[in-house]
Design a binder for this molecule. Structure first.
Ligand code: 5GP
Ligand code: MG
Ligand code: MG
Length: 185
């Protein structure tokens, strides 16, 4: 698998350091809350980041997943996503942190935020491992006192690893890299 990577953007060590910083920001912001926090990972890509962030954020949290389909097997989002698997925890009256692998066009996030708001979450924050602001097409508003946390700003490459796939492969790479273009073009 390593031979399929053209270049590494963030190593395992850089990721670990940055995730610790984000986790302490979240801890600092949420430690005083009286109501519980629900960390909702967006499956499948966020699974590794979610596992790291919940271990490093030393708060009592509910952990859950939600699944939205929009990508198929290409490298471009195809517009409005569909929620194909909903949260199990009742988010009504709770603070939700949506944990994403990467925010690209913003399509997925705006749909998920509205969905959680309609289920009665008292705030919806977003914690994304990567943010690609140069590709944003859809604006999204956080809910209540919700905040936006991000690990790294990602240049406009299609990246894989640390949970992120191409055609369901490469998710288990412990670093983030750019795939050799001949593998997907
Ligand atoms: P958006 O709806 O913001 O366009 O992106 C939705 C999802 O597409 C992201 O949460 C992520 O799972 C996937 N995605 C966007 N950019 C990339 C990328 O560079 N690499 C991979 N593997 N997935 C991406
Ligand atoms: Mg995602
Ligand atoms: Mg994907």
């Amino acid at each position: 698998m390593d031979g399929h990577i053209e270049k590494i953007l963030w190593t395992e060590e850089q990721i670990s350091d940055r995730v610790s910083e984000v986790a302490s920001q979240i801890f600092h912001d949420l430690k005083g809350l009286s109501s519980p926090v629900v960390m909702v990972g967006v499956a499948t890509g966020a699974f590794m980041f979610l596992a790291d962030i919940v271990r490093k954020t030393k708060l009592p949290v509910y952990v859950d997943f939600i699944r939205a389909e929009s990508y198929g097997f290409g490298t471009e989002s195809n517009g409005a996503p569909r929620i194909s698997s909903d949260v199990k925890v009742d988010v009504k009256g709770k603070h939700v942190i949506l944990v994403e692998d990467i925010v690209d066009t913003g399509n997925t996030l705006s749909c998920l935020i509205s969905h959680l708001e309609s289920k009665g979450a008292c705030s919806v924050s977003v914690c994304t491992f990567l943010d690609k602001p140069s590709r944003r097409k859809v604006h999204f508003d956080l809910v209540g006192e919700g905040k936006f946390y991000w690990g790294f700003e990602c240049p406009d490459y299609f990246v894989v690893g640390y949970g992120m796939d191409f055609a369901e492969l490469y998710r288990n790479l412990p670093y983030v890299g750019v795939l050799k273009p001949e593998l997907y073009k």
